[in-house]
Ligand binder design. Structure first.
Ligand SMILES: [Zn+2]
Length: 266
């Protein structure tokens, strides 16, 4: 594990030393939003004031050293599409007229790409030699439908080589809190072709299990040709650490914010 906590002007974000370009996984700390959105909410579609979400984007961008007001964003649908984007796709974060997809890839410099999570698994990918990046929102549904192979395929289209790609699998719901039933267990098992030792664990009730979705994604990346040594996995659970991270499972349907994973080629 080589995730590190960074702090600047009250903004707290996580980075991985496997990724050699500017990037970050945001937390709830350092923003201006109030109530259930306190404080660093980056979402515009769940009821927070737009001026606050904008200011939060500005603060996070300033802390990491990237410009969120000319960046590429996703409209996430728990699918498997990973879209190749370029400078022409740069928009402001408040613009919700975004392409429906759950991942973005680019080889353009100075174009930050973002995906958003609140328990789902954020994955940042970087081929430092061939200068290609991707950001992926991998909930269980996108994961088992193999969004990571889409992401790697799109990166290869841009010139990346799978064995050069470095990956950071960020803060997400942990095994401790990701209780699943038989149907999801079956899907994960199919995804990993039965290689579920250390991924699926017995639950507390009959017909229930616990799953390590980050480990599942790590295994898939290795099968796709990434070097295990180039993959970093956060050990923080967003549900257990609900004061630090946004958690959909913890909050339920009420006011809640979103965190992001972002990366840019310099
Ligand atoms: Zn947990």
């Amino acid at each position: 594990m080589a995730f590190k906590e960074n702090v600047k002007n009250g903004v707290v974000w996580m980075t991985s030393d496997k990724i050699k370009t500017k990037h970050g996984f945001s937390t709830r700390y350092g923003g201006v939003s109030k109530g259930g959105y306190k404080s660093l909410n980056l979402g515009f579609s769940r009821g927070d004031k737009a001026e606050n979400a904008n200011e939060n984007h500005r603060r996070l961008g300033e802390a990491i050293g990237i410009n969120p007001f000319a960046a590429a964003y996703t409209k996430q649908v728990h699918g498997t599409e990973v879209r190749i984007v370029g400078k022409k796709d740069a928009i402001v974060p408040e613009n919700l007229d975004r392409p429906e997809c759950d991942g973005l890839a680019t080889s353009d410099k100075n174009l930050p790409i973002y995906c958003f999570t609140a328990d789902c698994v954020p994955v940042l990918l970087h081929d430092p030699e061939n200068e290609v990046i991707a950001a992926v929102h991998a909930g269980w549904r996108s994961s088992v439908n193999d969004i990571l192979s889409e992401a790697v395929a799109k990166m290869k289209k841009l010139g990346a080589k799978e064995n050069k790609i470095c990956a950071a699998i960020g803060p997400a719901i942990g095994t401790c809190c990701f209780e699943i039933s038989e149907d999801v267990k079956t899907e994960i098992s199919r995804y990993l072709k039965g290689d579920t030792d250390g991924v699926i664990f017995p639950g507390k009730k009959e017909g229930k299990y616990f799953a390590d979705l980050r480990e599942a994604n790590k295994r898939r990346l290795i099968k796709l040709g990434l070097d295990e040594q180039n993959i970093d996995v956060s050990d923080e659970c967003t549900v257990c650490k609900n004061e630090k991270y946004w958690s959909h499972r913890f909050v339920g349907q009420g006011e809640r914010g979103s965190q992001c994973a972002t990366i840019v080629l310099e």
